[in-house]
Design a protein. Structure first.
Ligand SMILES: [Zn+2]
Length: 536
């Protein structure tokens, strides 16, 4: 049985727009004119009138953390209470009263002190003591690279100013006392003690994240979820695939921080591309440095607004070399988080060495974020035929802080995704959710406008703006390229998986500053509706 969707404006992946398409057995079988589409209808087929809506391939968020996002939906949502420090404290106090602690702790995520309108600094232990002195409280910054705990937590964990700080981390101290802040690898001192979610909670988290992603029009994601138990994560995804509850296609960015674990992973038969259309092993993912907001991205020079730091390198050159070489010679793809240019230097050097040692024609190794860059590095990325996983939605916040953090000179050569595109690099898009919401249309808007959502600000390097088509492609076709699936998904064309998103307006024709306001009307995965209206 076929279903013909008609009376629409359809972006197939090439222009011009067409009017209709048809789906059979989970795949597109036709895209073209209204007349032709309707002529395909025979006995038992269905027709769906899309009422003039816009349709494109389902969005592909090419770097995020699905499990982390799902869990964040089940715990205090600080991203919605980060207008002021006081708002955050009051919200958490209410949570203690109404929901109570889970596993003995109050754990929340999503604050960003740059959005606080009362006190512009990170929350500390004394602020969080206002939430509770009975229960330990731990709140993680939106970026995931810093957290704050209250005095009860410090006491329970037995931490003192003499606690050794793990390499690649930082422990906050004020006037000889722990202030409750922990950065990057030092966060492990706290995270090791906070209660682990049980399996049922993890399952609920994946379900909640899938529902939310579908509401944003997302049908595919490339997600970094492993933590300590990669086997458990794979098992959960496969279970939910079997029970039909996985309504987003998952390409797992397999995060490892040492060669021994990676070797074990490979030895058990895991490698890039292993799996099904719904759950597949992706690249080796490495988390190379921190983030710009908390000044932990690893720069080649001191921060312009804090001369005392260059950020935090998470891995030495030797560890990058060893792991990237191991993945490369085993035919595994590699995707490394690099926000600062000094981190990027190490990654590019490791990739170059690995490819020299074991050349591969179509490796699709990539840089996740690729934010603070120098011109020579952009050339190197193109020369090594690497992929870039951009998060244009970061411009909503970063456009206000980049020059402050890294200085004018580096800022001028950063976030240059159009330059990369023009040099032949594929640039896919995403949100690093839960750092940002999985707000694909917001990301598309930022890629086009190069500025924050508040329209009164000037754009950041406007020459680097994508056209609407390039922005849509970064969220569809390019995402499919980064998972070696460009012949399977990302376009509305015969033979492709019928993943598509129905929008309330045409992004090509609205004011670019309002793309984010376009409603997602419905989302379909393999021809099945997973969100919204219209029924077949
Ligand atoms: Zn990430």
């Amino acid at each position: 049985m076929k279903t013909v969707y008609h009376n629409a404006k359809v972006y197939t992946g090439t222009l011009p727009l067409v009017e209709a398409f048809a789906v059979e057995d989970g795949r597109f079988v036709f895209a073209g004119s209204e007349k032709e589409a309707l002529s395909l209808l025979s006995e038992g087929d269905a027709a769906v009138d899309l009422g003039g809506s816009f349709v494109c391939a389902g969005f592909n968020d090419s770097h995020m953390h699905l499990l982390g996002y799902g869990l964040s939906l089940l715990i205090p949502r600080l991203d919605q209470h980060t207008d002021s420090l006081w708002d955050m404290i009051c919200y958490l106090r209410d949570w203690v009263k109404t929901e109570g602690p889970r596993g003995g702790w109050i754990v929340g995520r999503g604050w960003n002190q740059d959005y606080f309108t009362d006190i512009r600094r990170m929350p500390n232990r004394w602020d969080l003591d206002l939430v509770s002195t009975d229960y330990p409280v731990c709140v993680t910054r939106a970026c995931g690279h810093a957290l704050a705990v209250n005095s009860r937590a410090i006491e329970l964990l037995g931490l003192t100013v003499n606690t050794p700080c793990p390499e690649g981390g930082e422990i906050g101290i004020d006037e000889g006392e722990l202030n409750g802040l922990f950065f990057d690898n030092a966060m492990g001192l706290v995270n090791a003690a906070t209660p682990n979610p049980d399996e049922e909670m993890l399952r609920d988290a994946i379900r909640a994240a899938c529902r939310s992603l579908n509401e944003y029009g997302v049908t595919s994601c490339q997600t970094d979820d492993y933590g300590k138990d990669w086997r458990g994560v794979n098992r959960l995804y496969r279970e939910l695939e079997q029970s039909g509850e996985l309504t987003v296609r998952v390409y797992e960015q397999s995060n490892f921080d040492n060669a021994k674990d990676l070797q074990e992973f490979l030895d058990e038969g895991n490698n890039t591309g292993v799996g099904s259309d719904l759950f597949k092993i992706g690249p080796l993912k490495m988390l190379g440095d921190g983030a710009l907001g908390p000044r932990t991205a690893f720069l080649s020079r001191p921060y312009a607004d804090d001369e005392s730091t260059v950020g935090l390198p998470v891995f030495t050159q030797e560890v990058f070399d060893e792991m990237i070489s191991l993945a490369n010679r085993n035919g595994m793809q590699v995707a490394v988080h690099a926000i600062g240019d000094a981190c990027l230097d190490r990654v590019l050097s490791a990739v170059e060495k690995a490819l020299k040692e074991c050349p591969r024609e179509d490796h699709r190794h990539g840089i996740v974020h690729c934010q603070i860059t120098r011109a020579d590095q952009l050339e190197k990325i193109a020369q090594l035929k690497m992929h870039v996983y951009a998060q244009s939605i970061f411009l909503d916040y970063d456009s206000r802080i980049v020059a402050k953090r890294v200085g004018k000179e580096l800022a001028e050569t950063s976030y240059r995704w159009k330059t990369l595109l023009d040099s032949g690099v594929t640039v896919s898009n995403g949100t690093d959710c839960p750092v940002e919401l999985p707000f694909a249309l917001g990301g598309i808007q930022c890629a086009v406008t190069r500025k924050s959502f508040s329209a009164d600000e000037p754009p950041y390097l406007p020459d680097e703006a994508f056209s609407v088509q390039q922005a849509l492609d970064s969220y569809t076709k390019a995402g499919a390229v980064s998972s070696f699936e460009e012949t399977v998904k990302g376009q509305i064309a015969p033979g492709f998986l019928a993943d598509f998103t129905v929008l309330g307006a045409d992004p090509f024709s609205v004011d670019p500053n309002t793309i984010k306001d376009i409603p997602v009307l419905a989302t379909y995965l393999g021809g099945k509706k997973v969100f919204g209206k219209f029924s077949a």
